[in-house]
Design a protein. Structure first.
Length: 485
């Protein structure tokens, strides 16, 4: 049985009977098409279609477990996106473990790996920014289908060829090398389209929760990818023998990436521009979100340079520093993803309690600090433990960062902003692996990671300075309700 609770038409805010807490109601004045979440959902997270008036609907009470497994705001498209994210994360995590070690066995130096990651990052930056701009015009789904298929093809090239030029091309198109197998967050350059689609399919008060669940699915997928690294076997072969030993792992990566793209075919977008409107809409830089974009460029550039010196090289560093193989590193990354799977689900609660910007600043600072003891550990087990703790913290920040950017963007510029905000980061991420590779080869195995710690601490300070006075929509509404006598 449905229960109806009335809200105040004057204030537009939910009353105390709304179990979800305060939220916005009705269509924004500057959004005649009703394209923003606030214009398409009532305060309970249910669609607020024409004629719904000012009524808010809520189901009878459910158990906490049932509400967690199948929350009322979940819908078919979100389920499909989560499944596709999990499948793609298997492929990404598996590639993150095996690609750098496979190439090292093929004779690549750290500097040559850095050059490969440079090509990958440049290609990813171009694809990501283009997808963000174009998907605001033609829709999100085509990119959620096509890009995983590119990754599937790239994995097949790695499975059957050791030609250096071909490997460079395949790695670039498949964006192999963006993050380690324990990162569980980089699903590919189509992520701006995915994030925009998810934001448009859900009410603002549930945005942090859905991004937390997406990160959870990434963790579960990456857990499987880490375990599948055992398919690569053990030993230190070279040439054709290395190709044969790693072939099962690359074929598995190709299969899961292809499934991730195929599943996305069944997505139905909540808002798709008509062809006529699409032809009229010009592809351009965001105008309404420009100030936010400039601030994100500044912070993301520092963070991107730091990530480029760390993320692509984690598996390689364990391999060189402690002499461990693909199997040991894969098991470590699987364990990390198992332990950290639930930390991303705590992100929404921490953001509600302490504020989204404060939470993000704190976790960025903590993960920077933890890099220093990690590189000083004398054994693989101790370094892996510190890395696990760091990833628990890092996994909290991941969904909050995506949620914050999309919350602050104008509804018509979400995918564009999500993509363009990361362009300086991706170009910085392209430049730093070459420097890191040189430092690994000529100076020290620990120096690139120590520099990463310094840069990420600087990034945390800049993020707080730029955004601590810019809370997302749901925090502004909460503050307004609390101040209302």
């Amino acid at each position: 049985m449905w229960h109806v609770h009335r809200t105040s038409a004057a204030s537009g805010l939910t009353g105390p009977s709304d179990p979800a807490g305060p939220g916005l109601e009705g269509k924004p004045k500057d959004d005649p098409a009703g394209s923003s979440p606030a214009g398409r959902f009532d305060d309970s997270g249910k669609p607020d279609g024409p004629g719904a008036g000012d009524a808010t609907y809520a189901r009878p009470p459910r158990s906490r477990l049932a509400g967690w497994i199948a929350p009322e705001w979940m819908n078919r498209d979100l389920v499909i996106v989560m499944i596709a994210r999990g499948l793609m994360s298997v492929a990404r995590a598996l590639a993150g473990v095996v690609v750098p070690i496979y190439l090292a066995m093929q004779g690549f130096s750290a500097l040559e790996l850095g050059l490969l990651f440079l090509c990958v990052a440049l290609t990813s930056a171009i694809l990501s920014s283009s997808i963000g701009l174009v998907s605001d015009r033609i829709g999100r789904r085509p990119f959620l289908v096509a890009l995983p298929l590119f990754a599937a093809g790239a994995a097949l090239v790695f499975a059957f060829s050791d030609n250096t030029a071909l490997l460079f091309v395949a790695a670039s198109l498949g964006t192999f090398g963006r993050g380690a197998g324990a990162g569980a967050g980089a699903v590919g350059p189509y992520q701006p389209a995915e994030s925009a689609l998810v934001t448009e399919a859900i009410a603002p008060q549930w945005r942090n929760s859905i991004f937390g669940r997406l990160a959870f699915m990434s963790s579960i997928g990456a857990l499987g990818g880490g375990l599948l690294a055992l398919l690569a076997g053990s030993g230190h072969p070279v040439g054709a023998a290395a190709v044969a030993m790693f072939r099962p792992a690359f074929i598995a990566a190709s299969l899961f990436a292809a499934l991730g793209g195929i599943v996305a075919i069944w997505i139905t977008e909540p808002r798709v521009l008509s062809r006529e409107a699409g032809r009229r809409q010009k592809i351009s830089l965001p105008r309404r979100s420009r100030s936010l974009l400039y601030r994100l460029w500044a912070t993301n550039s520092i963070n991107g340079f730091a990530i480029g010196m760390f993320g692509p090289f984690v598996a390689y560093w364990f391999y060189r520093r402690y002499g461990v193989g693909v199997g040991e590193i894969g098991v470590l990354f699987a364990a990390i993803n198992f332990v950290t799977a639930f930390s991303s689900l705590s992100a929404a609660g921490l953001a509600r309690r302490y504020g989204l910007v404060r939470t993000m600043t704190a976790v960025r600072a903590i993960q920077a600090i933890l890099l220093v003891p990690m590189v000083l550990m004398p054994s693989f087990e101790l370094a892996g433990t510190i890395y696990l703790i760091r990833m628990v913290v890092q996994r909290i920040a991941m969904p909050l960062r995506q949620s914050y950017v999309l919350a602050m963007a104008h509804p018509e510029e979400r995918a564009s902003l999500a993509a363009l905000s990361n362009v300086p980061s991706q170009f910085a991420m392209a430049a730093s692996p070459t420097l890191a590779g040189y430092l690994f080869d000529e100076v020290s195995l620990s120096l690139p990671f120590e520099l990463t710690a310094v840069l990420q601490m600087l990034n945390a300070g800049m993020f707080w300075g730029f955004f601590h006075n810019l809370p997302p929509e749901e925090e502004r509404v909460t503050s307004l309700v609390q101040d209302d006598p």
